[in-house]
Unconditional design. Structure first.
Length: 80
């Protein structure tokens, strides 16, 4: 599973947990729906920390909570 898929799966998980549509998350987070949909379709390689913080705010969680899962524990990013 790619890093992009891990992020989109985690967003999907929290949306389902909170009963939010992507449209509602977009509104609550102030992240444009098109940006959110690019993240969800894995076409965005790196959504950026500030976008992720906004998404987490919209999900009513901290960035630490978002990345605090087994899937992210052993991830290694290649230096570019």
């Amino acid at each position: 599973m790619t890093e992009q898929e891990l992020v989109s799966n985690r967003i999907r998980y929290f949306c389902e947990l909170r009963g939010l549509s992507f449209y509602q998350l977009s509104y609550r987070s102030t992240v444009p729906l098109t940006t959110l949909m690019h993240i969800m379709s894995n076409s965005t390689k790196n959504p950026g920390i500030f976008t992720m913080i906004k998404i987490c705010n919209g999900l009513d969680i901290t960035i630490s909570e978002f990345f605090s899962s087994k899937e992210f524990e052993n991830i290694e990013f290649e230096a570019e």
